[in-house]
Design a protein around this ligand. Structure first.
Ligand SMILES: *[C@@H]1O[C@H](CO)[C@@H](O)[C@H](O)[C@H]1NC(C)=O
Length: 255
């Protein structure tokens, strides 16, 4: 399908997107690439990485793929090393990797599951940025992908939501720490029917209920999230840092 993207905001820029072989991450990588970025995509499985690289190349995007399970320190370092070897520097990092290993309530959650949620959804982004920071150019930008559940953590996504709340704080903290060289912002997507959120939208009734919660009466798309992330990462947002943009069709979140 021909994607109609008119802007060229990332010409000459290098962007890393984690967990970017499908869903929202892929949508963001595609959007940045179509706007001229050299894109480094990654996820856990070589096969998925190869397939996504082919799809992006077919659209004329300059892209490399690196296997990276964000919990693996060696693979995080390799992701940054490969990027710097190929392109010399980094302009954009989109921290999109996340997990939701269980639907259990917070009080019933096993310690190992709690650890995994904090690790993948919060800690690994910090560790990745520690490795990447020396290579971030002046004017660079970090975008965290949080969730509307970060404002309204509730069953069955309660603890997942709390880890996403932490990203709002992390956005503020790092915006301060990384200024003025790097801006740090966050996107809080509403419900997007990707593979990741499949369990929420599988039944017609559940899907309808989520659609009805949005003032705009539909679920989000990966393109909705990609355009918000691209905006924040671009110079169009040059005076915006430490902010979270809710992209949820008016689903109740914050004032
Ligand atoms: C970074 O870029 C801004 C805007 O172009 C410029 O004013 C500033 O001096 C630069 N800072 C460094 C450390 O190069």
């Amino acid at each position: 399908m021909e994607k109609k993207v008119k802007a060229n905001r990332f010409e000459g820029k290098v962007a890393i997107v984690t967990a970017s072989t499908q869903g929202i991450g892929f949508g963001i990588a595609e959007r940045l690439g179509l706007e001229g970025a050299s894109v480094v995509i990654s996820s856990r499985k070589q096969k998925n990485v190869d397939e996504a690289v082919e799809k992006l190349k077919a659209q004329g995007i300059d892209v490399i793929g690196v296997v990276c399970h964000v919990s693996n320190g060696q693979q995080r370092k390799n992701l940054i090393d490969m990027t710097v070897q190929k392109y010399g520097h980094i302009d954009v990092i989109v921290c999109n990797a996340a997990t939701n290993p269980t639907l259990s309530t917070i009080l019933e959650m096993q310690e190992s599951v709690l650890d995994k949620l904090w690790e993948v959804n919060v800690k690994t982004s910090i560790l990745l940025l520690q490795v990447a920071a020396p290579h971030l150019r002046n004017g660079s930008s970090v975008v965290f992908i949080s969730s509307i559940a970060g404002y309204q953590p509730e069953v069955p996504l309660a603890m997942y939501g709390v880890t996403k709340t932490a990203l709002f704080g992390l956005t503020k903290a790092l915006a301060s720490e990384m200024s003025p060289i790097t801006r740090v912002n966050c996107v809080a997507p509403g419900f997007v029917p990707t593979h990741f959120a499949d369990f929420l939208t599988r039944s017609k009734e559940a899907r309808k209920a989520l659609e009805d919660r949005a003032l705009l009466k539909r679920l989000g798309t990966t393109e909705d999230m990609a355009s918000a992330a691209a905006f924040l990462a671009s110079d169009d947002a040059a005076f915006i840092t430490g902010e979270t943009l809710v992209v949820a069709g008016g689903t109740p979140s914050r004032l």
